[in-house]
Design a protein around this ligand. Structure first.
Ligand SMILES: CC(C)(COP(=O)(O)OP(=O)(O)OC[C@H]1O[C@@H](n2cnc3c(N)ncnc32)[C@H](O)[C@@H]1OP(=O)(O)O)[C@@H](O)C(=O)NCCC(=O)NCCS
Length: 254
């Protein structure tokens, strides 16, 4: 898998009135934000856009006018000075938004997906909708406990799903988490028959970690889809012998 650089941005909600947050968006983005009802969802939409702007500017290395529109299937679509110069994925949860961005290359060469979940008691544990019997068995024996492992596995599914940008949407069963290590923070996935054509000959690489924020812990996962074989080509697996799941290094990393 080529060493394509993707850039990450993590943005806490600064508080203050909603209009102040919206004012930082472009007029087109403000229009799309107003399709959501005022309050939490509109705020998260705006925060996600601002995180995306930041990640895109980092990937490009220049301060240009960035626009993140809503694609046909809800996916974020980046425009930089009117052109598709970057790819982007974003997620929001609680009072945080995260985004990852990369330089746009040839169609279907590279894409990525990001997902964020607040660490909380989740009804996902044991959900037959969310997890197959095989996944459930694996999560039940995770050293960090089934609750954290299930939440992590869910972020893995969502991040891989976003990286594949499925159309039409599929079900959680279409992405099977076949291995998950919270320490040092990687996962392996297989995709089902409906998503397989979108993956093609490419491989999925998934990294995950815990993020400490002012209002608690979050799980953050990034899935990258790129030409190559296997989920984790030799030499690219994160190394290290940490006793707890890895922390994401501030706003950098990936
Ligand atoms: C779309 C979905 C992935 C969003 O996940 P979520 O945890 O509810 O919310 P997140 O904050 O993590 O992500 C939301 C962002 O995903 C992005 N998104 C939406 N549809 C997308 C798509 N088809 N492809 C890529 N990204 C998409 C958007 O940017 C959205 O934020 P915005 O509406 O503010 O722009 C999820 O709601 C969904 O419908 N999943 C499909 C069901 C499923 O099978 N899930 C398990 C994965 S196999």
């Amino acid at each position: 898998m080529p060493g394509r650089r993707i850039c990450l941005a993590i943005l806490p909600d600064p508080g203050g009135p909603e209009e102040a947050l919206l004012a930082a968006l472009t007029p087109e983005e403000q229009g799309e934000a107003r399709h959501h009802p005022p309050g939490r969802r509109r705020r998260q939409f705006a925060l996600g856009r601002l995180a995306a702007h930041r990640a895109i500017r980092r990937a490009l290395g220049v301060e240009l006018t960035v626009l993140v529109l809503v694609g046909a299937h809800g996916e974020p679509v980046a425009r930089v000075d009117g052109a598709a110069a970057a790819g982007v994925s974003l997620s929001h949860a609680g009072r945080l938004a995260v985004a990852c961005a990369w330089l746009a290359g040839p169609e279907r060469e590279f894409s990525a997906g990001i997902d964020l979940e607040r660490v909380r008691p989740a009804e996902l544990v044991g959900s037959p909708y969310a997890f197959s019997p095989g996944e459930k068995a694996m999560l039940g024996s995770a050293p960090q406990g089934e609750l954290l492992a299930s939440l992590a596995a869910w972020t893995v599914k969502e991040a891989a799903w976003k990286a594949l940008r499925p159309a039409p949407p599929s079900k959680p069963a279409e992405i099977e988490v076949t291995a998950l290590q919270l320490d040092p923070g990687w996962a392996r996935v297989e995709v089902g028959p409906r998503l397989a054509p979108r993956l093609g000959e490419r491989a999925v690489r998934v990294r995950l970690g815990l993020l400490e924020a002012a209002n608690g812990q979050y799980l953050l996962t990034v899935a990258e889809v790129a030409p190559g074989k296997g989920s984790f080509p030799a030499g690219r697996r994160p190394e290290g012998k940490r006793r707890s799941p890895p922390r994401w290094p501030g706003e950098h990393g990936v």
